[in-house]
Design a protein around this ligand. Structure first.
Ligand code: SAM
Length: 255
């Protein structure tokens, strides 16, 4: 697939199929938020998807094959992030060390999302894990995102973000909520895309769900590529991309 066309592109197909259509060395940033192998079907009002595999080993085999097929498409200055959780992050990190090399590891980001229940049996689980690797440890492109400082001393100023990203998950009343299960907040993807992909570069989300990554990428002037096996996800992504493009055009007209 050529990267000359700047328009967003979303396909209804398996990540593996899509990866094999990509031009070698054409993608700046891959962000994948795959199923977590929770053992459930994830359901919400706008769709559902299977989130279960025969075993953890089967899950890791599934993921390894797709990541391996995607690596040739990443530029030498590119980055790849896998969004997982406590169930598999330790195993996925070892898998990425093996596929890419331990020295390619950049960050283990903690997305601290706050919302949800608690348990009397353990500390409440309130974060996901985002494992970030660069293809070349000397050359990967990175622009540290700036976030509001919290200390009294730096009140009102910005500081470089740490590896703990305090961003609330989407609540039931949020305007951006489209009702797709496990939809991630735009604020999280805007931060990751602006940090990991240069302006004008290409972002790929091969399990795009409701299209959060693609919407963030397009709004930030990056080329957005994505796929999902679920036709509902692809329909929602296309419609979000159209709304967001219309809003951007409106804003430009109004100066
Ligand atoms: C955690 S959700 C992604 C949510 C997304 N980040 C969002 O903000 O809406 C995972 C997605 O992976 C998709 N998926 C599962 N298996 C897939 C495969 N083999 N290839 C591509 N997508 C797949 C599911 O349909 C689901 O939409």
């Amino acid at each position: 697939m050529s990267c000359d066309d700047p328009r967003p592109r979303v396909a209804c197909c398996d990540w593996l199929t899509f990866a094999r259509t990509l031009e070698p060395g054409s993608v700046n940033f891959v962000y994948a938020d795959p199923p977590f192998n929770t053992g459930d079907v994830q359901t919400d009002r706008a769709g559902a998807y299977e989130d279960r595999f025969e075993s953890t080993a089967a899950y890791l085999d599934w993921l390894r094959e797709r990541v391996a097929a995607t690596i040739p498409a990443i530029k030498p200055t590119g980055l790849i992030a896998l969004h997982v959780d406590w169930r598999t992050s330790h195993r996925v990190r070892v898998m990425l060390d093996e596929l890419l090399g331990e020295d390619r590891f950049v960050n283990h980001l903690v997305w601290s999302y706050g919302l949800g229940g608690s348990s009397p049996r353990r500390f409440a689980r309130k974060h996901d894990d985002i494992l970030l690797y660069g293809l070349d440890p000397e050359r990967y492109w990175f622009e540290p995102p700036m976030v509001p400082a919290t200390s009294q001393r730096m009140k009102g100023q910005l500081k470089k973000a740490t590896d703990v990203l305090d961003i609330p998950s989407i609540n039931n009343m949020a305007a951006e909520r489209v009702g797709y299960p496990t939809q991630k907040p735009l604020a999280l993807l805007r931060l990751l895309v602006s940090a990991c992909c240069p302006p004008g570069g290409t972002v790929l989300d091969p399990c795009c769900g409701s299209g959060t990554t693609l919407v963030a990428a397009a709004a930030l002037g990056r080329r957005a590529l994505g796929c999902d096996t679920n036709p509902d996800a692809v329909r929602i992504t296309q419609s979000r991309l159209e709304c967001s493009a219309a809003a951007t055009a409106d804003a430009a007209r109004q100066g």
